[in-house]
Design a protein around this ligand. Structure first.
Ligand code: AMP
Length: 125
């Protein structure tokens, strides 16, 4: 069920619980601002989620409220994870589902990083 993007941050969401170490994740990278782990239901040979450590429900929330340091740190982390997984030369796709029409299911900002094969058209036709 897609989230209502107008609701305040809910710190019981599953990615907040992963950040607190309450449930496991297959971590691939972490630093002061970002945490990255394999998606539990991969939709490509490489399917990694990168999330900010801060309590931001969506891309909208993050882009409006995060500090310059958080935004820079998060963007740098996404790029580093892609480079570290050898995705730059073959290419990759980033996706941040946002709110109802975006199909966002988990109310903590996450960027999907897909790669490892040619990914085809951007949207299903
Ligand atoms: P979205 O539809 O953009 O909100 O995507 C949520 C993503 O989170 C989906 O691709 C799920 O497979 C993934 N997901 C849900 N729970 C977990 C979990 N515990 N560990 C890793 N990925 C998860």
């Amino acid at each position: 069920m897609p989230i209502d993007a107008t609701l305040p941050y809910d710190d019981s969401n599953i990615f907040a619980r992963i950040l607190r170490g309450e449930i496991p994740a297959k971590t691939v990278y972490e630093d002061e601002h970002a945490f990255a782990f394999h998606d539990i239901q991969p939709q490509a040979p490489t399917h990694i989620l990168v999330i900010p450590r801060g309590p931001y429900a969506s891309w909208d929330d993050f882009s409006a409220k995060a500090s310059e340091a958080e935004i820079a740190g998060f963007v740098r982390a996404v790029g580093k994870v892609a480079r570290d997984h050898g995705l730059v030369e073959p290419g990759y796709r980033l996706l941040a589902n946002t709110g109802g029409h975006g199909g966002q299911e988990v109310p903590h900002l996450h960027v999907h990083l897909f790669g490892g094969k040619a990914l085809g058209p951007m949207l299903a036709r």
